[in-house]
Write a protein that binds this ligand. Sequence first.
Ligand code: SF4
Length: 179
Amino acid sequence: MKKTLLHICCAPCSITCIDTLRSEDIEPVGYWFNPNIHPVTEYRARRDCLIKYAEDIGMELRVNDFYGLRDFVRAIYPALDERCGVCYRMRAEETAKFAAENGFDSFCTTLLVSPYQNHELLRKTAEEAAKKYGVEFLYRDFRPRFREGQAKARELGLYMQKYCGCVFSEEERYIKKKK
Ligand code: SF4
C-alpha cells in the first residue's frame, strides 16, 4: 500500500477527505502543521480536536506543533491581501518536505475540500512544492463532499471554527471584505 501524508487544517475538513482516501484503499497519515492559525487558543482548539478525532478513527497523526505567529506575519507582509498564496506555500512546502524526508510516496491536503479556498492556486502551489521536494502531490477535488463533512462534524460534536485561520480572516468574519 502506498504511503500518503495528509496535511490537515482541522478535524471537520478532514472527515470526508479521509473517508474518500480510505474508500480508494489509501490509508493516510495525518500531518498537523498550521502556523497560520491565530490566536493561540484557536490554534490549540483545532489541534486538540484533531488529535482526539484521529484517535477515534484509528488514524496515525504526526503533529508539527509550531505556533508560528511571527514567521507567518513576516511571510505575508506587506502584501496582506495576497496572503493566501503565501499561506498555502508555507504549509504545502513543509508537508512536501516532511513527506520526502520520512519515506512517503505522496502528500495531499484537506484544504482541497473547502469551497472557500482558492482551489486552483492551492493546487498549483502544492504541485510546485511537490516538484521542489521530489515527492508526488496526490490531487483530489474533495469539494463535492464539503457539506456532508461539515454535517457529520456537527453530529460528532467536533470543534467548528468560525473563520479560516489568520487574524485577518478573523476580522473578515465581522467586517465583510473581498478575499
Ligand atoms: S485567509 Fe486562510 S488561507 Fe488565507 S492567509 Fe488567512 S488562514 Fe491562510
